[in-house]
Structures are given as C-alpha cells and as structure tokens.
Design a protein around this ligand. Structure first.
Ligand SMILES: *Cc1c(COP(=O)(O)O)cnc(C)c1O
Length: 401
C-alpha cells in the first residue's frame, strides 16, 4: 500500500482574526485580571459568561481555569461532603475521577454498554447500594445516554446530576442542550475541545445559590457583583462567608479569545459531523469493525470517532496501532493498562478503590479512538478511514461478540 497520511492529529485550526484583535486589545490595556476594569467597563470574562449563558440557554455561567476545576468546584458547591460517594462512568478521562478525589469524594464507577454510554441498570443498582447523592455524568467522547431514561433513574434514586460536557459542548438530546439536564453543566475550553483558549472551563446552571457558591469558590474576592451571568447580590449574603476561596478564575485574555468562537460553534459542529460521517461510513463497511450506534435524538459533535474490534487480543491491538502509525494514522486504544497520551482506564487511577468492571473492561479492550480536528479536509478523512480499514482487515479475529 502506498497511501500515507501526513497530517497531525493534534493540530487545531488557527485562532481567528476577531479573537486575535480582542486579545491584543486586552494586552494593550494591561487589564488582564477579570476584576481589573475601568468604572462601568464590563470585563471580557463577564461578557463571555453572558454570551455563553445565552448560547446555552441558561441563567448563570461562571468562567474558570479549566474543565477539571469546574467539575471539582461544582461538586463542592452542590454540597459534596468528604468521603461521600460520587457515581460516575467508568469510561471517562482522568480529570473526572481526579476532580472527584480532589473535592473529597469517592468515585463509584458505573459500567458502560457497547454504545459507550452509561448502563442504567448498573447505575440504579449502585445508586441504591452506595447511597450516593451525586451523579457526575461524563458524556465521554460525545456519546449521550438516553437522557429521558436517565432522568427517571435520577429521580427514582434522588440523585443530583452534574454533567461533564467536555465533549458535548454544542450537542443536544431531543432538542435540549447537553449540560441543561441536571443541576449544572461543566465545559472545557482546553485546546482539544470545541472552543480553544489553551486552558479554561465553564459552569452553567439555573440554580442561583449553587452558582453563588461556585463564584465564591472560584476566588471572587467579594467582587461577585461584577459577574456577567450571576445571581442577585442578595443570594450571596447567605453563603459568602461560608464558602472557601479556591482561586481558579479565568482571565480576560482567554475570555477575549473565546468570545468570538461562540458564534462559530454551530457551523463548526456541521463541519465536524461531515468529517465524522465520512469516516463512519467507511469504517462501517469493514467486517471486523463495529462503530457505536447513536440514537436519533442525539445531536452529537463528531470531533472524534470511536470504534471497536471485538475480541481483538492485546498483541493484535498493539500491531494494529503500529501498522496504522507507520502510515501516519494515530489511534488511541482504551484497552491498554498503561496510560499514554490521553488514553485513560480505571486501572491507572490507583488512588480510587479498585472496582470490578468486567463487562466494561471487555468493551474497552477492543475500543479504539481518534480525533478529527477541523484541520483535516474531507479527503483527509477519506484517506485515514481507508488506512484504518486496510489495517483492520488484516486482523484475524476468531470469535465475535
Ligand atoms: C478534557 C476533559 C475534561 C476537562 O479537561 P481540562 O483539561 O481540565 O479542561 C473533563 N472531562 C473529560 C471527559 C475531558 O476529556
């Protein structure tokens, strides 16, 4: 085979001119701290909070230092106490169990199914057996569980739902934006997500007291009246002296870079999904490969794609990845016990009590993943899918699941 893929899987698009111009204005002003404003001047961070709240269709938004930080303070602001259990997907990325541990909680992992979403029976069972009050639902790699069925479990088990929307910014279920199904949605604006400010996080909610606590925690130095999408100052009176400052603010430079990107999200979602559709259609033709199914109610963002080669052995998986790599296609494998790059597996989170998750482990052992950055053209996507298909056809699988 002579085909070879030449582009980088970690190359995002350049930051646009509007963002650059706004960023330069901030730099020239010297006022980079979110509370360093002239009289009556709204900060870039406050404007971002207003604009993102409007996009998301919620009342309140807080911009902060990272997606992982957002998850951690959301849990504390929701009332998590030390050593309390927090239910979460076993299939997620390190910042999720990390945020739970960092805010004093104990992760209880829920199994996933073959379509990579939460197993709701396991959720019900573990909610009951652990007595957990919180569910930190990670829409890992943009796969959204049936949110109507989930709502039934959340209600029956009396859970507080916080959504990790690091991969679902802009996505919807049945017309409702991901992040709007529970108490709060947490987003990341780190370079590899759907908006890029290098680092950054957003928390959205309609709950005034919860947001007041988040704002105090983020390090508001009693300047909460200067926020863009915050509750009434009265709401802060009750909680302001009881809420620890855990500084993790966003600065005006990052906010300036992000604001113009909100307006581009919807168009970018279409661009991602065109690319996803090309790769998906080709991979579905391959005998060894299973691509997860998506519900019709799910409006996803195809910024990455996952596929399974069920029953692949460890040796075959390494060979498969290596054969792709030689042709320029960088594939991650979720089945590896050794974390590398962004791949994550509960076995590498040894600060969490070890849990038996045999069904999901089996799924992850044949699960592969690649990013589809917008710097890839549609032709690039066709080429990389052809390379993966050729490599997958060479894997000899004895049994199918
Ligand atoms: C990226 C990511 C986060 C948060 O990431 P930060 O790097 O802390 O901004 C949370 N959950 C998942 C699933 C992620 O991929």
């Amino acid at each position: 085979m002579t085909k070879e893929f030449k582009k980088s899987f970690t190359q995002q698009e350049a930051i646009g001119d509007e963002s650059i111009a706004l960023a330069v204005e901030v730099l020239e002003s010297g006022r980079l701290h979110r509370y360093n404003t002239l009289d009556g001047e709204p900060s870039q961070v406050s404007l971002l909070e207003q604009e993102y709240a409007a996009y998301q269709g919620v009342r309140y938004c807080l911009a902060c230092a990272s997606g992982g930080y957002a998850l951690g303070i959301a849990l504390r602001a929701a009332g998590l106490k030390n050593n309390e259990s927090v239910l979460t997907n076993m299939y997620t990325l390190a910042p999720v169990p990390g945020a739970i541990a960092g805010s004093g909680g104990r992760a209880v992992f829920i199994e996933i199914d073959k379509n990579l979403v939460l197993d709701l029976d396991d959720l019900t069972q573990k909610a009951n057996s652990s007595g957990a009050r919180f569910l930190l639902l990670s829409h890992m790699r943009g796969h959204i569980v049936d949110m109507e069925k989930l709502a039934d479990v959340v209600k029956a088990c009396n859970l507080t739902l916080i959504e990790d929307c690091a991969h679902t910014m802009g996505a919807k279920w049945s017309g409702t934006r991901s992040g709007n199904f529970g108490l709060a949605g947490c987003f990341s604006t780190q370079t590899y997500k759907h908006m890029n400010s290098g680092e950054g996080g957003l928390i959205t909610t309609n709950d005034a007291e919860f947001m007041a606590r988040c704002i105090m925690m983020s390090g508001s130095y009693m300047l909460y009246e200067r926020h863009g999408a915050a509750p009434d100052p009265d709401v802060f009176k009750k909680i302001r002296l009881q809420t620890p400052n855990q500084s993790g603010r966003m600065d005006n430079l990052r906010a300036a870079i992000l604001r113009p990107q909100i307006g581009k999200l919807e168009a970018n979602i279409l661009r991602w999904n065109e690319r996803y559709a090309i790769v998906e259609a080709k991979l579905r033709q391959v005998k060894n490969i299973v691509v997860p199914n998506r519900d019709e109610k799910e409006l996803y963002v195809g910024s990455s794609i996952q596929f399974r080669i069920p029953s692949i052995s460890e040796k075959q998986a390494f060979d498969f990845i290596e054969n792709n790599r030689k042709l320029g296609v960088e594939i991650k494998w979720f089945g590896s016990d050794n974390p590398s790059g962004f791949t994550s597996n509960h076995k590498s989170w040894q600060y969490v009590e070890r849990q038996q998750l045999d069904r999901s482990d089996l799924i992850l052992s044949g699960l592969f993943d690649l990013r589809l950055p917008l710097t890839f053209s549609k032709q690039d996507c066709g080429l990389l899918a052809d390379i993966i298909s050729d490599c997958a056809e060479k894997v000899t699988i004895n049994e199918r699941d």
